[in-house]
Ligand binder design. Sequence first.
Ligand code: FES
Length: 108
Amino acid sequence: MLSQHDRPMRDWLALLPPTLAVGGISYYSYQTYKKAQCAGNGQVNTSIRKDINKVVDFIDIEDITEKAVLCRCWKSKNWPYCDGAHGPHNKATGDNTGPVVVRHKENK
Ligand code: FES
């Protein structure tokens, strides 16, 4: 027979399964939400020239004086150039994107 002293402990243990279930569901929901926020509907480009079928940019190599820093995260407001938007994106999502830097060999 349990004493009055043992009963509160047993009551607390009874709360463990529902607490774990709610915690697990919350964690799974958060991960799903986070993934949806990052990927949109599986699209990488969520905002740049969405009115056309394919975003293609041309930069003449002769026009690059020292270097060109080009966006690869699709978050730049100065597309196709990097504006540093990859930093907040990486912080928010855990991603590791960054620009591609095109430079003349002598400017290394
Ligand atoms: S803003 Fe996209 S790579 Fe920097």
